[in-house]
Ligand binder design. Structure first.
Ligand code: SF4
Ligand code: SF4
Length: 323
């Protein structure tokens, strides 16, 4: 895996600061049942980093104290972590919205047979990667058989009421196959709804359209293909200042499996921790009574992945691109 940070740090990004904290995004570990080509986490079955029960306790103490609106749980495949269900239940007990970044095939893994029922019973919002509605494209990016497994997962979620019951939100995530900007979200969402509906009877709520980040596995592929500089230039040239207000790091902190805090999950993967005063990095336990509003956000060239064109946040497009 090549470290793209030195290259990204050469490209300055406009200075931005944190706003009010609303979302705690928790990466519970890098273990995953898949090894997707574009994974910005470099997750896979052999990764052993896992959030411990002690760190999960700190996470719970943090959201209990701070009364945040949303807990966003990611990984790897976050459901594989032994603390996943406890985190969900504690957050839901406070009335928080809980999001599970689910890869769909996890629903068929041994030991996860009741996962769909658990998610539905706890009204967990499912955010599922589905980079195309065509089998070849999905299998090329995410592995052989992933498309069929994802379709079965979506059908299972639909049968539980996801995408049909307003209390059971099912959102899909698209990212481009290669070093290109994603197409406009509204048109692609309409295509997804038509094709998945007609061919498989699948329904879902929204499609989030995200740009690929030039980091980790995708960044390494770009370097290997000598496409890194061009892709970064593409993101930079498509930057819109109007997207700066909507980037997710304004209102979210990202926590790693050890409890250290970052401005977002991408910075976590780059090893760029949230800096607080003289401290180069902070642990979540140090922030329980410390409001980070106004703190400078650590940015570099990858941030253009969030502000290029229509922009990308954890909730998809920010602004429509200028034609
Ligand atoms: S992209 Fe998601 S499903 Fe694929 S390897 Fe990474 S964490 Fe796993
Ligand atoms: S990558 Fe995006 S979310 Fe992360 S710090 Fe940069 S602008 Fe913010």
């Amino acid at each position: 895996m090549r470290d793209t940070l030195p290259l990204l740090e050469r490209l300055p990004f406009p200075a931005i600061r944190r706003g009010r904290l609303e979302t705690l995004q928790v990466n519970v570990g890098y273990r995953c049942n898949q090894s997707c080509l574009h994974c910005h986490v470099n997750a896979g079955p052999k990764r052993s980093e896992e959030m411990s029960a002690d760190v999960a306790d700190t996470v719970i103490a943090f959201f209990q104290r701070r009364r945040l609106a949303t807990l966003d749980i990611t990984g790897g495949a976050p459901e594989l972590n032994a603390n996943f269900r406890r985190l969900v239940q504690e957050a839901r007990a406070l009335g928080m919205k809980v999001m599970d970044r689910c890869n769909l095939t996890i629903l068929e893994q041994p030991g996860q047979e009741d996962l769909g029922d658990f998610l539905a019973a706890n009204r967990v919002e499912v955010v599922a990667s589905m980079p195309c509605y065509l089998q070849d494209n999905v299998d090329r990016q995410r592995g052989k058989g992933v498309f069929d497994g994802s379709i079965r997962g979506l059908k299972k979620l639909n049968a539980l009421g996801y995408g049909r019951d307003p209390a059971l939100t099912l959102n899909l995530v698209y990212n481009p196959q290669g070093p290109a900007l994603p197409p406009p979200q509204a048109a692609l969402e309409a295509d997804y709804k038509r094709v998945l509906g007609e061919r498989y009877g699948i329904v879902f709520d929204k499609l989030f359209v995200l740009a690929n980040m030039p980091i980790q596995r995708f960044g390494t592929t770009l370097l290997k293909n000598s496409e890194f500089a061009d892709y970064l230039q593409l993101l930079h040239d498509a930057h819109l200042d109007a997207n700066l207000d909507g980037v997710m790091c304004r209102n979210l902190v990202s926590v790693d499996w050890r409890g250290f805090v970052y401005d977002c999950d991408f910075n976590q993967m780059l090893g760029l921790p949230l800096a607080r005063g003289r401290r180069a990095r902070v642990h979540l336990s140090e922030l329980i009574d410390d409001d980070v509003a106004g703190n400078p956000i650590r940015t570099a060239g990858h941030c253009y992945g969030c502000t290029a064109g229509q922009g990308s946040s954890c909730g998809g497009a920010l602004k429509e691109a200028a034609e």
